[in-house]
Design a protein around this ligand. Structure first.
Ligand code: AMP
Length: 491
């Protein structure tokens, strides 16, 4: 049975803020956790960005935190990236619009002075990345003695980014008596250890296992030699229905390179990654959000926490080496209940990555026909399907392409049988992540609704899509066979 926010026992100022934001129906993680969290229970939420997890912890904190003077930090939220921290800060400001709390966001890469000034004036809520917070703690500019609410967001990503020691030092300074909220998209033994040390008798909520989240996204695979990827990208970006495009690369260098190539070819593109200054990252994100830049090129870590609606297409210029990242990446095009389209480029030496992705999502991605199609990429097996050893770079397919299609739509082979063969040979690659199978296990059995916003209907309905191709599939599940929607023909 669907509940509405009205039934959730939230105080008037919060109800009013939610109404202004157009939220009517709680997402599953909100509906399942908010009643217990309002009673003061700890939470472990296995959920990724896009499920509405921020409101799931922010609303109970705002409701349960009494106003106290002088203002001291009573809610601390740790996030792995500056962008996610900033996004959570925006969300808190929106949800707490009719309350009187003061908050600040703390992250590295910018001068610490304004952050210290804000702390000095007195704040109730701090949203921080671990490194800078620890810095300020060491300088005795922050005290966590009065923290009553503690949130650790995207714990798995925190561990991936090497924050474990910083986090432990921060946690050691928190009072024992507190309400803790713990979120992670995946659950490894390390993540679970961290949670156990942090939580007391927590409510556990598990939402939209990764492998099922992708089902509402139309996905297409383009086999292409590395040297032809840029030309293929340009050709795709000239199509009108690609209105707002997020492109992923594996490295910062490649992100810069792709953005420059596009800009040289009169497509306004900006890049965002860890080597950019905070100012440059903010500017790039603003340009993309406002539509000044049609394309944002990002690395995986930089893209975490980017909350941009109406991304019409995600393009994987390079496939990720961690299959979970594929799910995170393409999920960017299906925010807040919309559907989306994801294109992926696969060169010969990425063939094994593709195999791992298809294993995780438990489906084969449709292969598209296009000018730069590479049979050698499609059929690569053994050594050819593996990435080159570190340091050798990726300058192209390791073997010259045997054949390329003459033009769009010129091929009619079904394509999947040979793909199937190479899948088998790729299957020997051991999974680097022991928990990958966990995601699959969770998705088996009763399949939860992969779209947190869909159940309500009204919440997604309130957010119009700018992508004409999305609306066509509303109501029914989008076809994964592609057809004309992508402008390409399925192989
Ligand atoms: P999150 O997973 O917290 O990053 O939220 C993803 C997006 O969903 C954000 O743009 C939120 O503003 C939006 N959102 C969260 N909860 C709801 C809701 N109940 N109804 C509509 N939109 C929501």
């Amino acid at each position: 049975m669907t509940v509405t926010f009205k039934e959730l026992d939230l105080i008037e100022p919060i109800q009013k803020a939610l109404k202004e934001l157009g939220y009517v129906t709680p997402t599953p993680i909100q509906a399942k956790s908010i009643p217990d969290l309002l009673l003061g229970k700890d939470l472990i939420g296995i959920a990724q960005t896009g499920t509405g997890k921020t409101a799931a912890f922010a609303l109970p904190i705002l409701q349960r935190m009494p106003e106290k003077f002088p203002r001291r930090i009573r809610a601390l939220i740790l996030a792995p990236t500056r962008e996610l921290a900033a996004q959570i800060g925006t969300n808190f400001a929106e949800y707490g619009k009719f309350l009187k709390f003061k908050q600040t966001v703390i992250f590295g890469g910018v001068g610490q002075r304004p952050q210290v000034d804000a702390l000095f004036k007195g704040v109730d809520i701090v949203i921080a990345t671990p490194g800078r917070l620890l810095d300020l703690m060491n300088q005795k500019k922050v005290s966590l003695k009065e923290v009553e609410f503690f949130v650790l967001d995207e714990a798995d990503r925190m561990l991936d980014m090497g924050f474990i020691h910083d986090i432990k030092k921060i946690i050691a300074k928190l009072p024992e008596r507190r309400q803790s909220f713990f979120f992670s998209a995946t659950m490894s033994p390390q993540v679970s250890n961290l949670a156990q040390g942090l939580l007391k008798d927590p409510v556990q909520v598990e939402i939209a296992p990764q492998a099922t989240t992708v089902e509402r996204i139309e996905q297409h695979m383009f086999f292409v030699d590395s040297k032809s990827k840029e030309k293929l990208l340009l050709q795709l970006l000239l199509k009108k229905h690609l209105t707002r495009v997020l492109i992923f690369t594996r490295t910062k260098h490649k992100a810069n390179h792709v953005a420059e190539y596009l800009s040289d070819n009169r497509i306004h593109a900006v890049a965002i990654h860890g080597n950019k200054s905070q100012g440059a990252r903010t500017k790039a994100l603003e340009d993309f959000k406002s539509g000044r830049a049609k394309v944002l090129v990002a690395t995986d870590i930089a893209a975490r926490g980017i909350d941009v609606n109406d991304i019409s297409h995600v393009i994987n210029f390079e496939l990720p080496n961690e299959p979970e990242s594929y799910v995170h990446r393409i999920g960017r095009t299906a925010r807040a209940g919309t559907d989306g389209t994801a294109y992926s480029f696969c060169a010969a030496d990425e063939r094994n990555y593709l195999h791992a992705i298809e294993k995780l999502i438990r489906m084969e991605i449709d292969v598209m026909d296009h000018n730069f199609h590479s049979e050698s990429a499609k059929n690569a097996t053994g050594q050819d399907a593996k990435p080159p050893p570190r340091g050798r770079g990726r300058t192209g397919a390791r073997r010259p392409a045997r054949s390329s299609s003459g033009g769009f739509g010129g091929r009619s082979s079904s394509g999947r049988s040979s793909g199937g063969d190479s899948h088998r040979s790729g299957g020997s690659r051991p999974s680097s992540n022991p928990h990958r199978s966990g995601a699959n296990t969770r998705s088996s059995g009763s399949k939860p609704n992969s779209n947190p916003h869909r159940s309500g209907g009204s919440s997604s309905g309130s957010k119009p899509s700018t992508n004409p191709h999305r609306s066509s599939s509303s109501g029914s599940k989008p076809s994964k066979s592609g057809g004309n929607k992508s402008g390409f023909r399925k192989k």
